[in-house]
Design a protein around this ligand. Structure first.
Ligand code: SF4
Ligand code: SF4
Length: 78
């Protein structure tokens, strides 16, 4: 797995068995929707309530997080 900081402005994780998860930390307001809805426990929160990725390998690519983030912070790739 590689952790990169690239064009989307936040954390980008990629890996052969990992769905690509891109999070724009700057836009995240820490509402908690994504980490409360994710059925696989992929996310956690930092001390400010902003989402962090703790278990990217568990992501199934269901896109619940992407669809429900009110600030369009999350992109799930293939
Ligand atoms: S749903 Fe969006 S704004 Fe809310 S905590 Fe998750 S990434 Fe941040
Ligand atoms: S795509 Fe689904 S499994 Fe992956 S982080 Fe988002 S809600 Fe969780």
């Amino acid at each position: 797995m590689k952790i990169l900081n690239e064009t989307f402005g936040g954390d980008i994780l990629t890996g052969e068995k990992t769905k690509k998860i891109e999070i724009n930390n700057k836009w995240c307001k820490g509402c908690g929707i994504c980490y409360n809805l994710c059925p696989k426990g992929v996310y956690d929160k930092d001390e400010f309530g902003k989402v962090v990725i703790k278990n990217s390998e568990a992501c199934t690519g269901c896109r619940i997080c992407e669809d429900h983030c009110p600030d369009y912070c999350i992109k799930i790739g293939g």
